[in-house]
Design a protein around this ligand. Structure first.
Ligand code: ZN
Length: 418
């Protein structure tokens, strides 16, 4: 029989006493009876203040912890309720698990780490839990880690964006820090009260220090900014501007495709369909095959190819700063105005309308690479989030992945921040 110290280490239990360990045949699992160490008993599950015992709650309960070899493992303990002056009657705190969780801290942390670093299948198979459970765990871990740090200390340049999920039916509002490229805040909703919550959390003093805000042109964002950061310079979000161009390009592609089908050019139509992704994608990320599709278009469809070049050139504008960037924008506008492609002539007008804010972006050097990558990664996450029960799970996963809140693997040293 292993000593109790070894069991405690094996099960990742701290500040607790192991009373005994058995093999539960029915559950085919190892079950360890535990109790909180003396100083850890009868504390509020929420604030951990010492409280009076209220009752025995629902008696003994189990928390799933990390597997021992091939076997699932559980901790089992009493779960009495206490009466907290602030939180009322709540289940008492246990040192091995977060409040309200059915899994231990080390189990939660490992799930969070795997969710950030591996695939959906890997997490659910390795940990033997459902994807929606992964979501609940991500929400829990992220909320705790966010509460423990102050992520708003040195905010100077921020980006505000709305992300749709659930097939475009629901939205979350996000805020990113342009200087670190991190996601710093997210909340369900896309309206004034949602964004007001962020600025209220930030407080007057830190609102004043925000110098640049990138965002789209929504009226509710405008109103909120006028109220909280009236002096901040408004910049167009390069990601949105480039997306306008991608939309314009797609319109050209669809028209060309329809024309080809109508005139019975089956091969041309097929070719255009195949080239869809090559046209959308950033030129530097194209595969050899996709480059081939593009070359074909260059030979067979000049207008579409010109539209593609216009899109890529607009992306190029945002890779530069200052006067160089302003000159490129000017050149792009005059090219687009004369290009004889209706959707791009429209785009040129739209860009001219927002020119002031686009120029602010170029002058103040918001890195599009950073903004684009955070935006793209969040949009990828929304696809992953199908099967999560609520937006908090999506936000939790996003915060772990893009906010720098991922915990280290249990028993591994925390990565040093630098
Ligand atoms: Zn309390």
């Amino acid at each position: 029989m292993l000593g109790k110290k070894v069991w405690a280490r094996l099960l990742g239990v701290e500040k607790a006493v192991i009373e005994g360990v058995v093999y539960d045949e029915e559950a085919n699992a190892v079950v360890a009876s535990v109790r909180p160490a003396r100083g850890q008993r009868l504390r509020c599950g929420i604030c951990q203040r010492r409280c009076g015992r209220y009752d025995a709650g629902e008696g003994r309960r189990r928390w799933r912890t990390l597997d021992l070899g091939e076997l699932k493992a559980y901790l089992e303990a009493d779960a009495p309720r206490v009466s907290c002056p602030q939180h009322g009657v709540v289940v008492a705190h246990v040192p091995w698990a977060r409040h309200g969780a059915g899994h231990t801290r080390s189990f939660d942390d490992q799930v969070a780490w795997l969710a950030v670093h591996t695939s959906r299948t890997a997490v659910t198979e390795v940990m033997r839990i459902a994807w929606r459970t992964v979501g609940a765990i991500c929400a829990r871990v992220a909320a705790e880690r966010r509460a423990a740090v102050q992520p708003f200390a040195a905010l100077r340049r921020i980006g505000i964006d709305e992300i749709s999920y659930k097939r475009g039916h629901r939205y979350i509002t996000i805020v990113v820090d342009h200087d670190t490229g991190r996601l710093i805040w997210a909340r369900p909703g896309h309206d004034e009260p949602t964004l007001v919550a962020f600025f209220e959390l930030l407080g007057q003093e830190r609102c004043r220090r925000i110098a640049f805000v990138s965002c789209d042109q929504a009226e509710w964002i405008d109103r909120t900014l006028r109220r909280y950061c009236p002096r901040a310079i408004r910049c167009a979000d390069p990601f949105h501007v480039v997306r306008w161009a991608t939309d314009a390009l797609d319109e050209v592609r669809r028209q060309t495709w329809n024309a080809a089908r109508r005139s019975g050019l089956v091969r041309d139509a097929k070719q255009l369909k195949r080239a869809r992704y090559a046209l959308w994608k950033a030129a530097e990320n194209l595969t050899a095959r996709q480059r081939g599709h593009l070359a074909q278009i260059q030979r067979t469809n000049r207008t579409l190819y010109r539209a593609y070049l216009l899109k890529e050139q607009l992306r190029e504008v945002f890779r530069h700063r200052g006067t160089a960037a302003l000159r490129l924008l000017e050149a792009w506008l005059s090219w687009a105005r004369r290009c004889r492609i209706p959707s791009f002539i429209e785009l040129a007008k739209r860009i001219a309308r927002h020119r002031e804010q686009i120029e602010a972006t170029l002058v103040h050097g918001l890195s599009n690479a950073l903004v684009e990558s955070v935006n793209t990664r969040i949009r990828l996450l929304t696809r992953l989030a199908f099967g999560f029960r609520n937006p908090e799970a999506l936000i939790g996963l996003a915060m772990l992945k893009l906010g720098g809140y991922c915990p280290p693997l249990p028993g591994h040293p925390s990565p040093t921040h630098g």
